[in-house]
Design a protein around this ligand. Sequence first.
Ligand code: ATP
Length: 374
Amino acid sequence: TKTATPQSSGGDVRLHGISKTYGSFTAVHPLDLTVPAGSFFALLGASGCGKTTTLRMIAGLEDPTTGTVELSGQDVTALPPYKRQVNTVFQNYALFPHLDIYENVAFGLRRRGIKSVKKQVEEMLDLVQLGPMARRKPQQLSGGQQQRVAVARALINHPQVLLLDEPLGALDLKLRRQMQLELKRIQTEVGITFVHVTHDQEEAMTMADTVAVMNGGRVEQLGAPADLYENPATTFVANFLGTSNLIEAEVVEAGGEELLLKAGDAKLRLPAARCSASARTGEKVLAGVRPEKVALKHGDDAGSITEGHNRLPGRIKDASFIGVSTQYVVEVPGLGGELAVYEQNIERDGRLVPGAGIVLHWSPAHTFGLDAAQ
Ligand code: ATP
């Protein structure tokens, strides 16, 4: 029979003005951040942006230069790692090679002098679905299985917060995808707070409720994955989360619910509420639209394009059929540049081939505006 999942309660993490400098180099600028209890929170950013340093300050493995770390309302800044209700899972798993899986998982309990570990260890092995492998040594497991042992070993201590530092970095793509769903399931089941560090935007978006996008030691934007994707606030976030089409434009009309922009010789509209830049008449902004929000019509059919859509004439430069969609690169002479378009293959139009003259169109509602000066 399946044993009940060991429940712990999640704690919240509050960072108040924490920063880290190494000599004259600032790895993390003063940062205020709240990770809600029970949430799956991702710190996302390119190598060197300060995400690991931030995680290590939460763990107590790194002393902040300024600021405080609060766990469930308690200031833990001065506490060593083992006195915080926090455990960390590292990329290299750090399992004990001479101990079998069972003893690796039991380790935290035995160290605390707990004698009867059987029930708890079995619950944990169940949770990560490794019961049958209990007597194997770590080197007899696959990378994904070893990772699950590392998670079980951390969770058996009933931390309020589990910190994960690129835990899937060593796995191949397919296993990574599986483990993303697996970690998400485990987090939902145990209900504690997960803070996950990754440079992989798809991973962060798949797993997390809230993502903090870091760049140069600062959080550029914080939000739910869909929000960040649909409403990036900066060029960095727009480009880091997927492909974005960013069009240089000038504000022609402002003040109403919609902004009217001029881009080359075309006019574009977008909701004023979706523009994160100051947008007074005459100012430069970047108009952005995600490739899957843009549709193409063969030039001969341009008359049937929905009234009020943004539209740009162009020429197909490249078309790649990738099964679920066809990805086009379209030259838009009016902008002196290229745009990406992903069309779902619902009804394929045989005329949409490289060289074809087409019209791109999309709803103003799918357009966002960014500060051009960033
Ligand atoms: P990665 O994914 O490569 O680990 P990261 O975003 O996690 O990147 P951090 O490890 O937090 O980045 O490092 C942030 C910056 O601080 C980097 O430029 C790094 O070189 C620097 N840094 C980290 N630790 C030290 C240290 N002990 N001494 C000096 N500089 C450091």
